[in-house]
Write a protein that binds this ligand. Structure first.
Ligand code: GLN
Length: 488
């Protein structure tokens, strides 16, 4: 196996046995980035110097006998998590030259565990999008078919993992942004329970929905990263002071006897569900049954409101969160304007891309006096009903199975002029964020065109272990995760 193809677990074994050094591995990954990323466009910033320095420290620690599962492992970080001394752009012109003076808690935890950060990955601007086409910096392409989108908004992280330009990565998920690009790029992506992982230092999009999650080559690596990034943080008042289990103990290949999985009846009626996706997910469900799980039909009657509710709540919160980019505190400023109002107007008009502006306008409208009750207030009430749907459904089962996206990755440019179609494609992923529950995407097959398709497993609050157990058993019984895109 080539070094850039290693998983966290395999790289750890080689590092521990001193068969490779972290500096060697990091160099291989950086070389791979410089050779391959011209085609894929996954990275906004490659951090060669910093990474080699961290790798040197990791090798030092290993030689002293201090090795943890992440020591010396090269990882990529979505470019909206603050990295001290390393540019953090959110793929926006307004933050193009922003260098944070501190690390996000997850980054601090990774560094403390000895990980090496090779670079910052591309995304839709401020994480608003499902295709990476809304990046204000560059386009990322799907490693499986360079004419197609990698998914979004964590498309850079997903493409970097799929193209072996890092061992694993972190993404963020407000309405599907870890799971959907994971599905489109044939990797594993988990959105943990709201409150499980600290968001201190994660640039805020929609604060009642945002979560950080692992994007990895297999389920084992997902559990390893979850162990490191999870847990209470006084810096994030929404992080929950619950004990963090050892997620790797959920990785038992003992079958799924005693597990009940729910299949939402409303999901088969979703308009625009691609037949390849439907058939592939159906086969995956059957496989999970073969592994011993019992399948029951469940109902999520408010599915029809999910997209509307999300696209009121997320833009509303975004419009408030993004008010801070005013040209005064940090980021871009149009210095040529004589008065303050003109400076605000010009900075924000020039600094934000069109999708971000669309969301700010929608959100400002939904929150404005006279409209708040009709939009944000009403959407919040329906959100409660959606949560109750999931509560009732998961009273009858341990996890819910569904597609991640209604279609495989679509061609670049296909939906850019049609925001509504783009929004509708989020139908299967938005609910987990609205309900605060965990969800994982695991590779479950390929379309007729050879594009990866993911299976989504959603569960109960703080029961990530159940998702990992089902995903792991499924993965061990299949070999979809072993396939690699051909980038030669
Ligand atoms: N596609 C969704 C949106 O555009 C979700 C994005 C995300 O999870 N960050 O809002």
């Amino acid at each position: 196996m080539k070094l850039h193809e290693l998983t966290i677990q395999k790289a750890h074994t080689l590092l521990k046995q001193k068969e490779i050094s972290s500096q060697e591995l990091t160099r291989v990954l950086l070389d791979r980035i410089h050779a391959t990323d011209e085609k894929v466009g996954a990275y906004i910033t490659a951090a060669d110097e910093m990474a080699m320095e961290q790798a040197g420290l990791a090798d030092q620690a290993i030689s002293e006998g201090n090795i943890s599962p992440l020591t010396g492992i090269p990882l990529a970080i979505k470019d909206l998590m603050c990295t001290k001394g390393l540019r953090t752009t959110c793929a926006s012109k307004i933050l193009e030259n922003f260098v944070p003076p501190y690390d996000a808690t997850v980054v601090r935890k990774l560094k403390k565990a000895g990980a090496v950060i090779v670079g910052k990955t591309n995304m839709d601007e401020f994480a608003m999008g499902s295709s990476n086409e809304h990046s204000g910096i560059k386009l990322t392409r799907n490693p499986w078919d360079l004419t197609r989108i990698p998914g979004g908004s964590s498309g850079g992280s997903a493409a970097a993992v799929a193209a072996d330009m890092c061992i694993a990565a972190l993404g963020s998920d407000t309405g599907g942004s870890v799971r959907q690009p994971a599905s489109h790029c044939g990797i594993v992506g988990m959105k943990p329970t709201y409150g499980r992982v600290s968001r201190f230092g994660l640039v805020a999009f929609a604060s009642s929905l945002d979560q950080i999650g692992p994007m990895t080559k297999d389920v084992t690596d997902c559990a390893i990263l979850m162990n490191v990034i999870s847990g209470y943080d006084p810096g994030d008042s929404t992080s929950v002071p619950e004990d963090v289990p050892d997620y790797t103990t959920a990785l038992k290949n003992g079958g799924l006897n005693g597990v009940t999985v729910g299949i939402p009846k409303e999901y088969s009626e979703v308009e625009g569900l691609d037949p390849d996706v439907a058939a592939t997910v159906e086969n995956a469900v059957r496989k999970i049954e073969d592994l011993g799980a019992e399948c029951v039909e469940v109902s999520l009657p408010n599915t029809k409101y999910v997209v509307a509710v999300y696209y009121v709540i997320a833009p509303s919160e975004a419009s408030s969160n993004l008010a801070r980019y005013d040209g005064v505190k940090y980021g871009l400023r149009d210095k040529d304007k004589a008065d303050l109002m003109e400076m605000y107007r010009s900075t924000r008009s020039g600094g934000f891309g069109s999708e971000v502006k669309r969301r700010i306008i929608i959100g400002t409208y939904c929150l404005s006096a006279g409209y708040y009750d009709a939009y944000y207030g009403k959407a919040s009430q329906v959100r409660t009903l959606i949560m109750e749907d999931f509560k009732k459904a998961t009273d009858r089962c341990d996890a819910i199975l569904s597609p991640v996206a209604p279609t495989p990755a679509f061609p670049v440019g296909e939906n850019t002029d049609d925001p509504l179609t783009m929004y509708l494609s989020d139908i299967f992923t938005l609910s987990a964020n609205l309900a605060g529950i965990p969800g994982i995407s695991v590779p479950c097959g390929f379309s007729a065109d050879g594009l990866p398709i993911g299976l989504q497993i959603m569960g109960k609050h703080f029961n990530e272990e159940m998702l990992l157990r089902i995903a792991y058993n499924f993965e061990q019984a299949t070999d979809f995760h072993k396939k690699k895109p051909d980038l030669s």
